[in-house]
Write a protein that binds this ligand. Sequence first.
Ligand code: PLP
Length: 385
Amino acid sequence: MRISDMANRIQPSLTRRLFDMAQRYDNVIDFTLGDPDYETPDYVKKAGCDAIMAGKTKYAANAGIAELRQVVAARIEDETGVRYDPASEIQITVGAMEGLFLTLCCLVNPGDEIIIPSPHWVNYGHMTEILSGHPVFVEAKECDDFVVKPEAVRAAITDKTVAIIINSPNNPTGAVYDAKTIEEICKMAVEHDFAIIWDECYKSILYDGAKYTSILDFPGMKDHAVVINSCSKRYSMTGWRVGYLAGPAELVTNMPKLQENIAACVTVPSQYAAIKALSSDDTEPDRMRAGFESRRNVLVKGINDIDKLSVRSPKGTFYAMVNIQGTGMTSEEFAYALLEKEQVAVVPGITYGPACEGYVRIAFTMNEDKIEEGVRRIRRFVESL
Ligand code: PLP
């Protein structure tokens, strides 16, 4: 059998590799995946179960069931004041993951360029390459709080640029984009007519009372941006695989054709669960957010107390990038040795781009006792070097 060059080229991320390696140990503290330990709220689980028992177990519209698209449009309007037409401007997706992929499918011709501020979520680059596009990584430095400089974006624009992907709050750094930077990027998108793919799947996990700045807060951006979100992180629904996006009709109306050939539709009981999640005003998601904030504080304090390591307090998400440069090890050396010696799994920064060599990512998705135990083991490991 001849396997395509593309399939051969795409490699599993180090995040998955370290996660898989971690499963071989009994007493492991696994800081790899962004999969919170919180349960999906009961009222959401019940809505999914009720849908199954009511026989809502058949194919549905490629764009997603109409009621969910209406709920999504209403929610976006409520949060931003921007009105999307549920029939032509909203697509229900298999997580934010498929929202990103469908968007790139609609934008990228072979050789087109996608600007990706880096440190970045690995899949952005892979998805672009699957479509024979070129990811153009632009470094966002730690001294700039991992927010990309507008001048650096400008310098990366060519006549092949079709989009930039902005992820705020950011995986892996926890950075949150400020209004001034977003405004500059908006100007460039209008001037050079490229799309802004706005991945806001961590939007609800913000700390220190911060208020979210959305791409839709900027005039005219409804015509230039695709806003991507999902139920995964806010409602701890990673395994339900349900997400959604909003964008201009000329782009979004192409997606049902593509969805027909990819997944047909998002799992129907998951869509009913999402209706419940997105239309409920239950405070469970806020409790989870508060829980992450207190876990973050435990982790940041613990790591900054260790000689040779440092970490900036992430402003959002449940990830922290720990600076390990003081140990003189590469991020892969550090991660493999830490796992072997202390059974603590972290992700080598190099996964997220060359700018992250010298860092490891920690996902604080478990309870504080486990985080404290993980930090104790990391301290022992660093002191033993
Ligand atoms: N975007 C970012 C930045 C992520 O970190 C993730 C998952 O970790 C996703 C998108 C995809 O999430 P999901 O498909 O579960 O909504």
